[in-house]
Design a protein around this ligand. Structure first.
Ligand code: ADP
Length: 166
């Protein structure tokens, strides 16, 4: 798997699957979740998510991408950050691992991730970038060839670039 980091909007990525920073109810929300639902088509996405019956923290489930360029959306549920001592890093790493596994089941060759948990869920961006990149570096795939980390700001991009060099 090649791992790259870019700055951009997750809803605009031309990849087989984009990952959503979802909540466990898969009910839609703000941030990435709201943007993905709007860009995909809110009604269709809401219905498809409702059929999945929720998703535990650290896990991921897929729907079609509907109006997005991406064929699929992988809804991953990141942890809410408390103090770092409540299994947050394990749960966040699990999001990246499970999303990649779901992508493999779908046959997705390219997948784009937002910085899961670093918005409304309050995960410190430095720690989240470390978990994201180091977890992905430890994975192998014969199906997923490209992993794109999509930063929404320059600072997050610089964190990814540093972690990719480590
Ligand atoms: P969470 O609830 O998991 O914290 P958020 O959606 O609130 O998720 O934010 C996750 C990260 O995604 C934040 O760093 C935020 O700046 C970024 N973000 C928000 N909108 C977009 C977007 N359209 N594309 C890419 N990243 C985005």
């Amino acid at each position: 798997m090649r791992i790259e980091a870019v700055i951009g909007d997750i809803t605009k990525q031309q990849v087989d699957a984009v990952v959503n920073a979802a909540n466990s109810a898969l009910a839609g929300g703000g941030g990435v979740d709201g943007a993905i639902h709007r860009a995909a088509g809110a009604d269709q996405m809401h219905e498809a998510c409702a059929r999945l019956g929720g998703c535990p923290t650290g896990d991921a489930k897929a729907t079609p991408g509907f109006g997005l360029a991406a064929k699929w959306v992988i809804h991953a549920v990141g942890p809410r950050y408390r103090d770092g001592r409540h299994g947050e890093a394990e749960a966040l790493a699990s999001c990246y691992r499970r999303s990649k596994e779901v992508a493999e089941v779908l046959g997705a060759a390219s997948i784009a991730f937002p910085a899961i948990s670093t918005g409304i869920y309050g995960y410190p961006p430095e720690e989240a970038a470390h978990v994201a990149v180091q977890t992905l570096k430890g994975l192998e795939s014969k199906i997923v060839m490209l992993v794109r980390l999509v930063a929404f700001d320059e600072y997050t991009l610089s964190l990814y670039q540093r972690e990719l060099r480590l």
